[in-house]
Design a protein around this ligand. Structure first.
Ligand code: PDD
Length: 286
């Protein structure tokens, strides 16, 4: 099916949507993005994604393409036009183009490029992957130092997924100075003796919107949380592990670097958090 996508104020068939070859997103990865999930035809945590987008833009001194209300309207219209019940909506804002290649930013009145498209993913909430759990490997984290900004510089995370695939795993957790930073496209956690451990927020990791919601829900459910640095060896010795992201919610991890966690099936805390997250997010979706 041909999707209807959004480019700079227009709703178009995907085959007709165009962006300049001089666009700085294309030439310099000078762009930021958001991925918002859709359940029951509604947006999950739109507010969180909109706030993080504003922050990413501000950190890069990039202009906002439109107001939050306009963004919400575009999201909802695309979901409706493409008849998405479960899936994702991708948004990208780049610094635009002034018609040539130049390392220097174009003048401040250059219009940013705003692109959105949907991805239809029936069964996203009740996925086989979440019932089985994921296998992860560990790799070195060689990304730049501002991972808190959600830029489209995704070549290394993409290579990480390929390394995982080559090793017969599903994903990779990255390690810097002996400590786990995060997964290629998710935040990382392990559970030991009932305590959930995850890396604290800093410029070293993306401030996950799902992370924030899940930690709040875990706290409300009286679960113990420790935000601290941790090693991959601690995670390998854990009772269970999981990741969080808008695209996979709470995803149990059942194996790290070939070492099985617990009995090799999704752990009770990850399963419970997934249930709570889906239930509460659905109730608050817009
Ligand atoms: N990725 N860390 C990284 C490096 C990510 O790319 C993501 C999200 C997360 C989780 O953030 P959130 O809970 O806000 O989705 C953490 C998206 C889903 C992607 O690139 O497709």
């Amino acid at each position: 099916m041909t999707r209807t996508v959004y480019v700079n104020g227009e709703y178009l068939p995907e085959t007709e949507a165009k962006v300049s070859i001089f666009d700085r997103g294309f030439l310099f990865a000078d762009a930021v993005y958001e991925v918002t999930s859709i359940l029951d035809g509604k947006l999950i945590d739109f507010e969180g994604h909109a706030v993080r987008l504003e922050r990413s833009l501000k950190e890069l001194d990039m202009a906002s393409p439109c107001s939050k209300d306009e963004l919400l309207e575009i999201h909802q219209k695309l979901v409706e036009l493409n008849d998405i019940n479960e899936g994702l909506i991708y948004l990208q804002v780049s610094r635009g183009s002034d018609g040539d290649r130049d390392f220097v930013f174009p003048s401040a009145d250059t219009k940013p490029t705003l692109v959105l498209f949907t991805q239809n993913k029936p069964g996203l909430a009740d996925s086989d992957a979440s019932r089985k759990g994921a296998k992860v490997i560990s790799i070195e984290d060689i990304r730049w130092g501002r991972r808190d900004i959600k830029t489209v510089q995704l070549l290394y995370p993409s290579m990480g997924k390929m390394m995982a695939k080559a090793a017969g795993a599903d994903d990779a957790w990255m390690i810097e100075d002996g400590h786990v930073t995060e997964g290629t496209s998710n935040n990382a956690y392990f559970v030991k003796d009932g305590t959930i451990v995850t890396r604290p927020l800093s410029n070293d990791i993306l401030h996950g919107i799902t992370r924030k919601a899940v930690l709040r829900m875990a706290e409300e459910a009286q679960m113990k949380i420790e935000e601290r640095l941790f090693t991959i060896d601690e995670a390998k010795e854990a009772d269970e592990a999981f990741t969080t992201s808008a695209s996979a919610f709470v995803m149990p991890v059942v194996e790290i670097d070939g070492q099985q966690l617990g009995d090799g099936t999704p752990g009770p805390i990850a399963k419970r958090l997934r249930e709570i997250y889906l239930e509460e997010s659905r109730a608050a979706a817009i």
